[in-house]
Design a binder for this molecule. Sequence first.
Ligand code: FAD
Length: 262
Amino acid sequence: MLKLFCKFCGLYLDMAVSWYDAELIGQKVEATGINRFWFQIKSDVPLSYDPGQFFTLDLPIGEKRIDRWRSYTIANQFDGSNIVEFIISYKKNGLASEYFFNEINKGDTVKLKGPEGTFVLPKAKDQRIVMLAAGTGIAPFRAMLQELSSQGHSYPSIDLYFGTKTEKTILYLEELEDWAHFVERLTIHVCFSRESKIPKTKSKLNYHLGYIHPVYLSQQKAASKNTQYLICGWSAMIDESVAHLMNTMKVSREQIRYELFG
Ligand SMILES: Cc1cc2nc3c(=O)[nH]c(=O)nc-3n(C[C@H](O)[C@H](O)[C@H](O)COP(=O)(O)OP(=O)(O)OC[C@H]3O[C@@H](n4cnc5c(N)ncnc54)[C@H](O)[C@@H]3O)c2cc1C
């Protein structure tokens, strides 16, 4: 049973979990081993969600329910269309990976439940935002930046540090470029773990060699109380980021939120 907090009565209410049919309406290669997938959710009413939330999909990849469920962060902002985008990386021999990259076809339907999750932008608009992402960990930040770029924002600053292998694997490159040009007080850093030289391409993005950690450590310097650090990716990257923020920058645990992919 799902429990939802009712802000009007101040109580947690039991909610029956609803599953929806979702039809794959398109997919596109975004980089080698990373595809974008668009699903049309079959619901008469718009399924509202906040950027940063995720859905859990029941995939035809196992007998037991626990073996079939995989969660994916919604990579697009809510627009009332019930079309959700996921950006998924291929993991060799991963059951869901094999399904998404070698089996699913346009028109196929899966079941999904949600939206769930509390990895969302802070309500307090006086907070500086620092986003740390690696690979498909960009998904929640893409949805957040999509919304902030279309609606405007009043945060004092937003700094995105995005770790990727090479220039060819920068996800949502065109959008990041656009946003770096026109979203107020937004700075984007892209860190290449497998390039030996900074790409020569003219860009409004700040390029760096290596992992993201030395970059945000040198730029963010001391901890400031009015900063929220949002981290998304796989466990090694999240563990390292949290350790650097807390031990080196002396950021307090309450200022750090993360979404762990696995
Ligand atoms: C809240 C939430 C949101 C998520 N959002 C996304 C998303 O937006 N995009 C996305 O690609 N995945 C996302 N994931 C991960 C996703 O749910 C699956 O775990 C992933 O697709 C691998 O499933 P699989 O069946 O192919 O591999 P499995 O057989 O389940 O994987 C086996 C092991 O490999 C690890 N692993 C899998 N893929 C990787 C990888 N690329 N790098 C490092 N370790 C890995 C897993 O943690 C697991 O321990 C999310 C997970 C959670 C919990």
